[in-house]
Design a protein around this ligand. Structure first.
Ligand code: ATP
Ligand code: MG
Length: 329
């Protein structure tokens, strides 16, 4: 099947100062990623590993330093951001941000927020068509129209999250990027919103990239998971395979360290040492070396590349294996 999205060697380097000299922070480094139509891909990894940067690159909110993004058969990474913002593809890739309160204009009602978004991304619609689309989006996210006439500060956290989702789906995107969409919400509201996202995906056939710290959430809703560590994807596998047989030592540590039931049976691998800096990292050294229980001479001499370790499973570790590892004990 032709992928909906294919990112190739995607890279985002930020110039930073290091003492008196200039250096580069490798926020996203050489990332390859594919997404099938209708698929939900989870993006997981610790804070600062580059999840939001990758999400923003794919959504064309920031420009890559290098690499390609093919979306729905078209190369979009070369289009400059302003031109992209006015192109029909802008509506096709939508983002739902972490904090619904911050991402909604406090001076507009929910209806105006959603209608303005439709008007700006789909020019040429009549006012009746705009209203019909907005109302359909509110209905799909389960927000009564009486609440759509309220301002953000008159809505609960869960209701604001619904407005953020309604705004994104109202322009009928093919890809929805959800950057920690539930992490600012109460646990009970989180569950309701996650269920809603599942229903919407089935109803509207949208593909998702779902960014989360929460492995349990990822396990529940994603078809496939990409694990990031310091700007790189270190493992990618179908969700069940990743949780049953994590191939990369970092994935094993993440699962073992999370309080979810999937970690049962996995030996806890405590991360030791200190993390590599994302500023001017050694290109020949595994980014996880130093914290990894497996570190061997080749780990500091050669950067491990993502390679197949099983059907649909790839990992970037010289010692990756798809069955639970035995070498480290
Ligand atoms: N505009 C910027 N200028 C310089 N560095 C940046 C910029 N934006 C992000 N970074 C750096 O890029 C790296 C990745 O940041 P990013 O926000 O993508 O991480 P994240 O995985 O989304 O983290 P979190 O889970 O905390 O949201 C971090 O080291 C961050 O400090
Ligand atoms: Mg983030």
């Amino acid at each position: 099947m032709t992928p909906l999205l294919q990112a190739t060697a995607l890279r985002k380097l930020y110039p930073v100062k290091q003492g008196w000299s200039r250096a580069q922070l490798h926020a996203v480094d050489d990332v390859d990623l594919t997404l099938a139509p209708g698929e939900c891909l989870g993006l997981v990894g610790e804070s600062g590993c580059g999840k939001s940067t990758l999400a923003r690159l794919i959504a064309r909110l920031i420009a890559p330093s290098d690499g390609g993004i093919r979306f729905d058969g078209q190369e979009i990474a070369e289009t400059d951001l302003r031109t992209f913002a006015r192109s029909p593809e802008r509506a096709q890739i939508q983002v739902v941000f972490q904090d619904p309160h911050e991402s909604l204009n406090p001076g507009f009602t929910a209806m105006r927020i959603v209608s303005d978004h439709i008007r700006s991304l789909i020019p040429g619609l009549t006012p009746i068509q705009v209203t019909a689309r907005a109302e359909a989006a509110f209905e799909d996210v389960g927000l009564p129209l009486s609440l759509a006439r309220r301002y953000p500060h008159q809505l609960s956290g869960g209701q604001k999250a619904r407005v953020g989702i309604a705004r994104a789906i109202a322009v009928e995107p093919k890809l929805l990027i959800l950057d920690e969409p539930t992490s600012a919400l109460d646990v009970s509201v989180q569950a309701v919103i996650l269920k809603l996202l599942g229903v919407l995906r089935a109803k509207r056939g949208i593909s998702y990239i779902f960014v989360s710290h929460d492995l349990e959430v990822i396990r529940l809703i994603c078809d496939r998971v990409a694990v990031m560590y310091l700007g790189k994807i270190v493992e990618c596998a179908p969700t069940a395979q990743l949780f049953a047989h994590p191939a990369h030592p970092y994935t094993r540590a993440l699962i073992a360290g999370s309080p979810d039931p999937a970690r049962r049976g996995l030996k806890t691998e405590r991360l030791q040492g200190s993390a590599t800096s994302p500023i001017n990292p050694d290109p020949n050294r595994c980014r996880f070396a130093g914290r990894c229980p497996l570190t061997a001479p080749e780990c500091t001499a050669q950067m491990p590349q993502l390679r197949a370790v099983g059907p649909d499973q790839s990992a970037a570790c010289h010692f990756a294996q798809s069955a639970p590892a035995k070498t480290e004990s």
